[in-house]
Design a protein around this ligand. Structure first.
Ligand code: UD2
Length: 303
């Protein structure tokens, strides 16, 4: 059983989004929860009625000030959803990922509020070792990865320089209910949509690339642990320690959904990561994190 923060005033940025909304659901019973979201990708139907909604752009300083009034704990989930978007518009991605995060950290410093930040395995780029540990050098291959690596660094620096309690969580490939299924979404939600509609399931390239897929409920648990841990000023991988090829994933989704879709191969995605699998021993040892939902179970319940 994961210890949940209690009796706190909590802000979840991106609280109407995929990860943020699940986190809000886990927090509302015991805490006063505020959501900051501009609905650029978040959905109104995800907003928990027991939370207070502040609608606005995190880049706006007045909005940020209002949303952070008297908070003790911040989960920073707002950000750019896809790597591709950051490649198409690196400046806008930088404003959202980095400028806004820095402003948020400054505000947290004023308030002495703990901040748990969404970092990403994108900071590692093509890892030199599998499974990839937190000691892997940063080698991002996208503006998104570069921005997340700076965010991750800033989190540590704010603890070192100012004693602010921060924890960065390096998410691997998250999936689960409420993930949108548009072109910029995660591959599982895209394959699910294609299989359900009987459309071809589109595997990029040969499909031999691997990913470590972690269920959003496990990601929520990692966040709750990060909110109460004594091991702050640190970054942790949040995955499962297992991986599958995208080709296997396509076939599994087709079979589990009983779909007659064909699995087709398209051109490989430029700059795609070939292998990804998290070493989660640090999160296990220091946070007490343990993934609980194996991929086949997660897919079956999703379908
Ligand atoms: C994920 C995250 C991103 C970042 C990154 C870190 C999502 C949406 N993106 O990017 O935020 O954290 O990990 O490295 O979760 N694919 C297909 N067919 C499709 C769509 C995708 O074969 O229709 C392949 C794609 O080429 C890739 C794999 O599936 O090899 C995963 O793609 P993705 O977009 O779900 O996630 P990724 O790893 O690029």
């Amino acid at each position: 059983m994961v210890q949940t923060p209690a009796s706190k005033t909590v802000l979840v940025t991106g609280g109407a989004g995929f990860v943020g909304s699940h986190l809000v659901d886990a927090l509302v019973r015991e805490n006063e929860v505020r959501i900051l979201d501009d609905f650029s990708t978040g959905k109104r139907s995800n907003v928990n009625d027991d939370a207070t909604l502040i609608e606005g752009d995190i880049r706006d300083s007045e909005t940020l000030r209002r949303a952070t009034e008297d908070v003790d704990l911040i989960f920073h989930e707002a950000g750019v959803v896809s790597v591709q978007q950051s490649v198409e518009n690196p400046i806008q991605a930088n404003e959202v990922e980095l400028d806004a995060t820095l402003a948020l950290l400054e505000r947290a410093r004023e308030l002495d509020a703990r901040v748990v930040l969404a970092s990403s395995c994108a900071i590692y780029g093509q890892p030199t070792e599998i499974p990839v540990s937190e000691d892997e050098p940063f080698s991002p291959s996208s503006p998104y990865g570069l921005q997340k690596s700076a965010l991750d660094h800033y989190a540590r620096l704010y603890e070192e320089l100012y004693g602010l309690e921060t924890v960065a969580l390096r998410y691997f490939n998250i999936y689960g209910p409420r993930q949108s299924s548009g072109d910029y979404s995660g591959v599982i939600s895209i394959f699910k949509r294609q299989a359900t509609n009987g459309e071809p399931i589109t595997v990029d390239g040969d499909g031999e690339q691997t990913r470590d897929f972690v269920h959003v409920d496990d990601v929520v648990r990692a966040n709750l642990l990060a909110a109460t841990t004594d091991h702050v000023g640190e970054a942790y991988n949040v995955g499962t320690g297992a991986s599958v090829t995208i080709k296997e994933l396509a076939e599994t989704i087709r079979d589990v959904s009983g779909s007659s879709s064909d699995v087709v191969h398209t051109d490989p995605r430029q700059g795609d990561i070939e292998e990804s699998k998290a070493d989660i021993s640090k999160a296990r040892d220091k946070l007490g994190y343990e993934p609980t939902i194996p991929l086949d179970e997660g897919i079956s319940s999703l379908l």
